[in-house]
Design a protein around this ligand. Structure first.
Ligand code: 5GP
Length: 119
């Protein structure tokens, strides 16, 4: 599978589409999900053309992998989620209903969350 450079998160990274940004550094961009599923629902994406976690961890340089995961933790801390708790999730592929083919980690929080999976 080749990376679709016209996916919506690629356009957000290029600044062609606006987002409600909560964090940015050289490795990652984080913004509020347009259709939140919890009081806090933030997406964190790496700055690079990666479709999924498998793709990212196979091809990305080590500093980007480290920087991306540091950013996920930073966003959780910055948004006051560490003490009450939160959930991270990354969908990959059809079975998981991945809508946007650019790796993204969802951060959910701000309430007592429901069961981990609904199937
Ligand atoms: P997925 O199903 O791929 O894991 O999740 C994609 C997420 O991206 C969904 O939660 C959806 O609401 C969100 N989303 C889709 N398009 C946009 C957009 O243009 N802006 C923002 N902020 N979120 C988006």
């Amino acid at each position: 599978m080749t990376y679709d450079t016209e996916n919506i998160f690629a356009k957000i990274l290029r600044g062609e589409i606006a987002c409600d940004k909560v964090y940015e550094d050289e490795f990652a961009l984080a913004f509020h999900d347009i259709n939140p599923q919890a009081p806090v629902h933030i997406l964190v994406i790496p700055k690079g053309a990666y479709i999924s976690m498998a793709d990212f961890t196979a091809r990305a340089p080590a500093d980007l992998i480290a920087g991306f995961f540091r950013a996920v933790g930073q966003v959780a801390r910055d948004n006051g989620l560490e003490a009450p708790g939160y959930r991270i999730l990354a969908n990959a592929g059809d079975d998981a209903h991945q809508e946007v083919p650019h790796l993204h980690i969802h951060i959910f929080g701000g309430k007592r969350l429901g069961p981990m999976l609904t199937a």
